[in-house]
Design a protein around this ligand. Structure first.
Ligand code: HEC
Length: 223
């Protein structure tokens, strides 16, 4: 009944361990291969290497109303518009520098030279990029020539001025529930701030190289 124990101590068993030595060699080979493979991975470029994480400013003071503006002022609506615009964070994208945490406080809401890329950084070396435009009432580079209806249609329905739909990086679907009263208050406010001359760069289609710098927006679900 103790035959099992006596057999582990027998010479025969030592002899039988030679296949085990082969396994040890194989095991070491696997470890070496694994180490080599992980070294190779370390030297391979990771898409994340080209990016710096940024903490953007999330709350910005909206610029004050310009009383000298020619259009008739409904002061209560304009003040409500200022309050809503601050709360909805429009300035974070529409103020130059704010996307990377250093807003240009001298030119609030006059558009961003920093683009927002919205196609995946893991696949597109040259992603599609949009630039948040100038929202001040400057006729040539801003929304100076727009009616309140056109402004509301843009930020509540995503209607561009050229029959185009605004890319939802501009979060208009999130603003679609704004009441008429609130939406028109925002539009009226925008038409009563100081105009700033500032033309943002043209949007860049996917595959084309952008001349300026940009940040990434997007939600990527692991497949
Ligand atoms: C997350 C960034 C972001 C936020 C927040 C944002 N926008 Fe925009 N907005 C954009 C971008 C980008 C565009 C351009 C989209 C395009 O070209 O398709 C845009 C376009 C617009 C336009 C059209 C302007 C033009 O010249 O075509 C208006 C008007 C506008 N936004 C108003 C607003 C208002 C009002 C708010 C706040 C209630 C707001 N946006 C918040 C990014 C943003």
């Amino acid at each position: 009944m103790f035959s099992g124990i006596s057999r582990t101590n027998s010479l025969e068993d030592y002899h039988q361990e030679s296949p085990g030595e082969v396994f040890i060699v194989i095991k070491w080979l696997i470890i070496v291969c694994f180490l080599l493979a992980s070294c190779a991975n370390e030297t391979r470029d990771s898409p994340a290497d080209s990016y710096v994480e940024k903490v953007p400013t999330t709350v910005l003071d909206a610029p004050s109303v310009n009383g000298a503006n020619a259009a008739p002022i409904n002061r209560a609506a304009v003040e409500r518009g200022e309050y809503l615009l601050e709360m909805l964070g429009c300035g974070v994208c529409h103020t130059n520098g704010a996307l990377v945490g250093s807003p240009d406080e001298n030119a609030p809401l006059s558009g961003s030279d920093i683009g927002i890329a919205f196609t995946t950084p893991l696949l597109n070396e040259n992603p599609a990029i949009v630039y948040a435009p100038n929202l001040t009432p400057e006729p040539a580079t801003g929304i100076g020539g727009w009616t309140e209806e056109q402004i509301v249609a843009a930020f509540r329905q995503g209607e561009g001025q050229h029959g185009n739909s605004l890319v939802p990086v501009m979060p208009w679907p999130g603003y679609s529930m704004l009441s008429d009263e609130d939406a028109y208050a925002i539009a009226s406010y925008l038409l009563h701030i100081d105009p700033v001359v500032h033309r943002v760069p043209d949007n860049v289609p996917r595959g084309k190289e952008a001349s300026g710098h940009y940040v990434y927006f997007g939600v990527y679900e692991k497949k």
